[in-house]
Design a binder for this molecule. Structure first.
Ligand code: GRF
Length: 235
């Protein structure tokens, strides 16, 4: 090959097609918004669709206003979990996604679904996994007397909230916190954490290998600390 036909990795990346992202939501969709807003400024990725399972999802209206393709697939229209998941897979696959992002998608997914998207399916969970899988994480963190709490972005595997961690945010639990104040603090950090992880994946900084372990191709920030914690540490 002559030298003028070779290209550097960065030149190849800049000519690569944008990676296609489908985001699944159930409600407000603030994490989805943070990813859409981040992706708007980049040529290496595109949010090609937002799909919701609830008709009253405010996030779906917002996504439509942004000119993104939106779909509503109501789980209530299906009597079986697997039938819903198969219909959802059909809708998602029509967009030929590179990444499927769960952003407040309040459904337990079947193994069939999870296996179909293995290594390109990620989720954000509002706790420092493996602590507090499941629901009511903020209240449970308060009741357990935790001094720190946060969120985890992980690859999705068949076991609920147990897939390998990619990165986490860390927030303090403060004197006088209640469920609302803690929820708000955790959510505010999710809007930094989740877009950062999406950038890592799209850039190839990390991936899930065949053994189900996260591999890193370069060192990147994996813990995102709330500003109050940074203040504590500098004192
Ligand atoms: C977030 O707290 C996320 O961790 C959890 O569901 C909530 C979704 O919020 N999985 P939003 O719909 O993204 O605003």
């Amino acid at each position: 090959m002559s030298s003028n036909t070779t290209s550097t990795p960065s030149a190849e990346a800049s000519h690569a097609k944008p990676q296609r992202i489908v985001i699944l939501i159930s409600g407000r969709g603030s994490n989805m918004q943070s990813i859409v807003n981040m992706a708007k400024g980049r040529s290496d990725m595109e949010v090609v669709a937002v799909i919701a399972n609830r008709a009253d999802s405010a996030g779906l209206v917002w996504a439509e206003e942004q000119g993104i393709a939106t779909e509503l697939l109501a789980h209530r229209d299906f009597s079986e979990r697997l039938a819903f998941d198969q219909a959802l897979m059909k809708r998602i696959d029509a967009y030929q996604p590179d990444w499927v992002i769960l952003a407040g998608f309040m459904r337990i997914l079947t193994d069939v679904f999870v296996t179909h998207y293995m290594a390109k399916l990620i989720n954000i969970h509002p706790s420092l996994l493996p602590l507090f899988p499941g629901l009511d994480t903020h209240q449970r963190a308060l009741e357990a007397g935790c001094t720190a709490h946060g969120s985890t972005v992980h690859f999705v595997t068949p076991e609920l909230d147990a897939g390998p961690t990619i990165a986490q945010s860390l927030v303090p639990v403060l004197h006088g916190d209640d469920e609302d104040s803690l929820t708000e603090r955790v959510l505010s950090m999710e809007h930094t954490l989740y877009p950062a992880v999406v950038q890592y994946l799209v850039s190839g900084d990390c991936y899930l290998d065949e053994q189900g372990e996260v591999q890193w191709t370069k060192p990147v920030q994996r813990i995102f600390a709330h500003p109050i914690l940074k203040d504590f540490m500098s004192n």
